[in-house]
Design a protein around this ligand. Structure first.
Ligand SMILES: [Zn+2]
Length: 195
């Protein structure tokens, strides 16, 4: 009695991070009840987004109709300091402090058994190539959360970084065990990253 198209769309929602099957169904029924204008706007915006979507060739941040993001193309940013983050939201959190003057590199996830690892592995490989090629980079801030989930990724990144002659900085304090960068208060985060 449930039309296959319902299940198909719910399966898409179910594959979103942190969304379970029950929430996927709720989201689906909620979406159906929105007015036509909302649904049209949603579809058109999403369509425009995916048609023009690209990822910055330097840092992996999503860009529209371009191959380099605003931060990486800004001549005022210090290209000798590279801040490595696990996720796009961590970049936004650090950027909102308006203190960091270097550039970023986004890994795009963690090396977890239940997570899509291909994307992360590709970005780790690209990081290695970037460090081999880009001799301007002198200092790396490894701004990963101090969670158990981040540990395999931290080890892998350090293994790569140690092959190069770089000054490696890891947040000194304030990102407590189990702490996520995006939930930290700005002052503690600034302090922790030495900004
Ligand atoms: Zn970029």
């Amino acid at each position: 009695m449930i039309p296959p198209i319902f299940r198909k769309i719910v399966q898409i929602f179910d594959s979103f991070p942190e969304i379970g099957p029950r929430q996927a169904w709720r989201l689906f029924f909620w979406l159906l009840k929105q007015d036509e204008k909302f649904k049209k706007n949603f579809l058109e915006s999403f369509d425009a987004l995916i048609k023009n979507l690209n990822f910055c060739k330097e840092c992996n941040f999503p860009v529209i109709n371009d191959d380099i993001c605003q931060i990486c193309s800004d001549p005022k940013r210090d290209k000798s300091i590279l801040c490595i983050v696990a996720r796009e939201t961590d970049l936004i959190t650090i950027e909102n402090l308006k203190k960091f003057k270097g550039v970023y590199y986004i890994i795009g996830g963690f090396l977890l058994p239940y997570e899509e690892k291909e994307y992360v592995k590709n970005n780790l490989e690209k990081l290695k190539e970037k460090l081999e090629k880009d001799k301007k980079i002198k200092e790396v801030i490894l701004a990963l959360p101090f969670t158990k989930d981040a540990e395999p990724l931290r080890k892998e990144i350090l293994r790569i970084l140690n092959k190069f002659d770089l000054e490696i900085k890891t947040p000194k304090r304030g990102i407590p065990s189990g702490g996520e960068i995006e939930f930290m208060d700005p002052e503690t985060l600034k302090d922790s990253l030495g900004l």
